[in-house]
Design a protein around this ligand. Structure first.
Ligand code: SF4
Length: 501
């Protein structure tokens, strides 16, 4: 629910809305309601959240007292002060410091200021793994069919240079990106030349399973300051069952590769991503322990994308969100235990949400932001020259669903791709401020939208919140983070350390 102060005078009575006077301060209580949303945390507590994500955890029944003007400046002095300073209520119809709130709102949304930063180049679709959850890869030696052509790389770079963002990221994905290492060399050199001309800073990332890694690749990565992002699904038995490879040595190659990357490039130049298969759900503690023992200082507990090739094998990859949430909570508590023992070790998804809850800063994480990350923060240039709104959008296209196809590298202009008719249609669904269900949700400021997931799972880019897996997951994770912070001050301190490091 959202509580609003109605400013328009002389509104006509209707059965839907209260009379204007209902919202006015009366001479005894003297306060006006500002926009805020609220939700029950548990039986004893509720959370109220203002427009910029500032929150108060208060005893159940407090919201009812606030809106019925039963909070008194004299008898509820502390709460009254918190409500005034947090812009939940105001003693004037328009608060004198309203501009401060507006500035903070602009700051929170400033991840939009520079537009698209992440440019994904699907440099090849070839791969030597056959992971059962993979949405895209092709086991094939046919370079001509499945590698990105040089003229497409050139055009992708040309479009990347037209982004208004002075800092862009060029991320190479596959298939297995290192199988097309010649294309990567070409693309990095070309992008560096163009960046000089356009005065841009380019960050390079290679997403790889590390199996084809060798010293000449590492040297090139070191010379060009390239970051490595790899996959690690946990201990050897889980990783190798998820990530099939001839010889069953995927885990060994990943772990050896991580260690070589650290040695050559530095500890902070390689990161790993977890994909949670049905098998993984039974091993939350072991997976966390694996990351901890390999000296990672974080782990990203990611559910599988519930669509496309990933769920072709339903038994292995399709699971109920409740099961993921159980897994997530056990794993998160294990991570918190490490922190209570004095180690710095954080969960990345929680950290993204906690940054939104505990800091005034913008957080532009593409899968959890409003407006959505697609196009605003990420664009995908596929190996075959097609351009998609996000990584998940190109995975859908592999299933012959081209709803999020924006154009192609042969014929489309920057204007066609980023400001075309398709983008205007998608824009109607990409802000949670205007989506049914989200518009009145207390967690709106911490959550985001995902039109691709809505389309893939519910057949509608707007989605339907009561049965949305995106909503179910985020609602419960955000609620749980609040519950943990509220129940133990040590956890509140730990969470603060995660967002400030
Ligand atoms: S998706 Fe769910 S949790 Fe997120 S803002 Fe919308 S209603 Fe709230």
């Amino acid at each position: 629910m959202i509580a609003l102060d109605i400013i328009k005078p002389n509104a006509r009575a209707s059965r839907k809305f209260k009379e204007l006077e209902f919202y006015d301060a009366n001479p005894d209580d003297k306060y006006y309601l500002l926009p805020f949303r609220f939700i029950r945390l548990n039986q004893e507590k509720e959370i109220i959240v203002n427009e910029v994500g500032d929150f108060l955890v208060v005893p159940t029944g407090t919201v009812e007292k606030i809106v019925s003007r039963r909070i008194s400046k004299l008898t509820d002095e502390e709460l009254y002060g918190d409500l005034i300073s947090g812009f939940f209520i105001s003693e004037e119809r328009i608060p004198a410091l309203l501009e401060v709130l507006a500035t903070r709102y602009r700051t929170k949304k400033s991840f939009l200021d520079n537009f698209t930063s992440l440019h994904i180049f699907v440099i090849t679709l070839r791969c030597e793994h056959t992971c059962h959850y993979c949405q895209v890869s092709r086991v094939s030696e046919d370079k001509n069919t499945f590698d990105m052509k040089k003229h497409h790389i050139d055009k992708g770079i040309e479009l990347m240079m037209q982004s208004p963002n002075p800092n862009v990221t060029m991320e190479f994905q596959g298939g297995e990106a290192l199988l097309a290492f010649d294309q990567i060399i070409y693309a990095v050199q070309k992008a560096k030349e163009e960046a000089l001309h356009y005065d841009k800073k380019v960050t390079f990332v290679i997403c790889t399973n590390l199996a084809p890694l060798n010293e000449s690749i590492l040297s090139f990565c070191r010379e060009n300051n390239i970051l490595i992002s790899t996959s690690l699904d946990g201990p050897e038995n889980i990783h190798n069952q998820n990530r099939h490879k001839k010889g069953k040595d995927s885990y060994q190659l990943a772990v050896q590769g991580i260690s070589k990357c650290r040695e050559f490039l530095g500890n902070d130049r390689v990161s790993a991503l977890l994909t949670t298969s049905t098998l993984s759900l039974d091993y939350p503690t072991e997976i966390v322990d694996e990351y901890f023992s390999l000296n990672f200082n974080s782990i990203f507990l990611r559910p599988i994308s519930p669509f496309g090739f990933a769920v072709r094998n339903e038994k292995k990859n399709k699971y109920d969100t409740n099961r993921f949430l159980e897994f997530y909570k056990i794993a998160l508590n294990r991570i918190i235990d490490y922190n209570l023992q004095g180690y710095f070790f954080r969960e990345d998804y929680a950290t993204i949400i906690l940054r939104k809850i505990l800091t005034p800063f913008p957080v532009g994480y593409v899968d959890l932001q409003s407006p959505a990350g697609m196009i605003n923060n990420v664009i995908v240039f596929n190996y075959d020259g097609k351009i998609y709104a996000s990584d998940e959008a190109r995975m859908l296209a592999e299933m012959k669903d081209t709803t999020f196809l924006l154009g192609d590298l042969d014929t489309s202009t920057y204007q066609d791709i980023f400001y075309g008719e398709k983008v205007f249609q998608l824009a109607e669904s990409w802000t949670n401020e205007s989506l049914p269900g989200c518009s009145e949700c207390a967690f709106q400021a911490y959550c985001g939208t995902d039109p691709v997931l809505n389309h893939a799972t519910q057949g509608d880019i707007f989605g339907y919140r009561p049965t949305s897996v995106f909503c179910q997951k985020n609602m419960e994770i955000i609620r749980y983070l609040f519950e943990l912070m509220d129940s133990d001050k040590r956890i509140f301190k730990i969470f603060n350390s995660w967002v400030r490091n």
